[in-house]
Design a protein around this ligand. Structure first.
Ligand SMILES: [Zn+2]
Length: 129
């Protein structure tokens, strides 16, 4: 099972391509992989989350797969008080990378942890660039 953050339960994931909605990221990850849909949008229904202080970022992560470079573009919100990361959109430069990450709890967890470290580091330095 993908470790579900309590705040995940207040987020509804929507497939940008067909508009279907899901409660869990792992479910929509499976959906976009199966139907080869590519974009995930999150809808935030938590008043608590909406009112909380957050940092919004577009982050590109580079991966090297079989000698070629692939990019994961993530648009997300980070809530320093709870260290929650809410994904607004996720897109992949190619299907190879998408297959490598989506529906793979350990890879999605890695991305999650990487982003959290990134935000934590920026918060410590007091930088916002
Ligand atoms: Zn879809």
């Amino acid at each position: 099972m993908y470790p579900v953050h309590p705040d995940d339960l207040k987020t509804i994931w929507e497939c940008h391509d067909c508009g279907r909605k899901f409660f869990y990221y792992s479910d929509i990850a499976y959906h976009v992989r199966e139907l080869r849909h590519s974009k995930v949008v999150s809808r935030d229904y938590s008043r608590k989350i909406r009112d909380a202080v957050f940092v919004r970022r577009n982050i590109s992560l580079s991966f090297k797969i079989e000698g070629s470079r692939s990019t994961l573009d993530v648009e997300c919100k980070y809530y320093p008080s709870t260290e929650a990361i809410v994904y607004a959109s996720v897109s992949y430069s190619d299907k190879k990378l998408q297959r490598m990450i989506e529906g793979k709890p350990e890879m999605m967890g890695k991305v999650d942890r990487y982003l959290r470290e990134l935000f934590r580091g920026q918060a410590l330095k007091g930088k916002s660039s």
